[in-house]
Design a protein around this ligand. Structure first.
Ligand SMILES: C[S@@+](CC[C@H](N)C(=O)[O-])C[C@H]1O[C@@H](n2cnc3c(N)ncnc32)[C@H](O)[C@@H]1O
Length: 162
């Protein structure tokens, strides 16, 4: 990015603080069913998306590799019933199945093909996976819809067959 553009963005962000990741969390929420069932947010950070999903009635679980981040997510008040957090590895989901798997700003930390494969395998039948993406989607998730978005983001929608 040109330094002048980077400077302008820095100034704009300082004056109007917001997060790209919040923006894409809202994008995810708009695409989920009103009653999302069981959900897993991988790399859940301080847990905003998990709390939003629990606020919609989901049994919403978030995992993150960083214990300090998980502790911070658990400390957020008011607590939202149905929102739970644990330290966990995005590549080892313990064989559990979920109706929805989400990941925001996480895939670039991981081996993409392995991560997408693990997350796909954590979905029950006829469920949805919504994730930020980079590469190798076509091999792992044929038919998935991938779109380039504003602010250097990609989105992916994959629906498991019924
Ligand atoms: C950029 S933050 C995004 C946090 C949150 N999803 C959000 O949108 O605010 C990336 C998160 O992924 C977590 N993470 C990185 N590698 C991970 C792994 N192998 N397993 C689980 N979490 C991981 C980091 O600890 C960090 O909290």
């Amino acid at each position: 990015m040109h330094p002048a553009v980077a400077d302008a963005l820095d100034r704009w962000n300082a004056a109007h603080p917001w997060s790209h990741d919040d923006l894409y969390a809202r994008w995810l929420l708009r695409r989920l069913p009103r009653a999302p069932g069981t959900t897993l947010d991988v790399g859940s950070g301080t847990g905003d998306l998990v709390r939003a999903l629990a606020g919609r009635g989901a049994r919403a679980h978030g995992i993150d590799a960083d214990p300090r981040v998980v502790a911070a997510a658990r400390d957020v008040r008011p607590q939202v019933p149905g929102a739970t957090f644990a330290v966990g590895d995005a590549l080892d989901l313990g064989g559990r199945r979920y109706d929805v798997v989400t990941a925001v700003a996480v895939l670039h930390h991981l081996p993409a093909e392995e991560a997408l494969t693990r997350w796909r395998d954590a979905l029950g039948p006829a469920t949805a996976m919504l994730a930020e993406v980079r590469e190798c989607v076509a091999r792992v998730l044929p038919g998935a819809r991938v779109r380039r978005r504003l602010f250097w983001r990609w989105t992916l929608v994959h629906r498991a067959p019924a």
